[in-house]
Design a protein. Structure first.
Length: 72
């Protein structure tokens, strides 16, 4: 149960205007959208970090290979 569910229950129990209930429902919907977006962005970030790690390893390998050629 989220904080918005608790607020909705409170408003229903104590009789609140439909306009206030609509506002709470809207905020609840927006929060759900933000949670989904946050989850998606975290996933994208994880992929970018993994890509970055691969690229950094490739750079290290190239630098090490270049250093070997210079020593000859």
């Amino acid at each position: 149960m989220t904080i918005f569910d608790e607020i909705e229950n409170f408003l229903n129990e104590h009789g609140a205007s439909s306009k206030l209930k609509d506002h709470v429902a809207f905020v609840k919907e927006q929060m759900a959208v933000l949670i989904r977006e946050n989850t998606m962005l975290k996933s994208k970030l994880s992929m970018r970090i993994a890509e970055s790690n691969v690229l950094e390893a490739q750079i290290r390998d190239l630098k090490e290979g270049k250093g070997d050629k210079e020593e000859r």
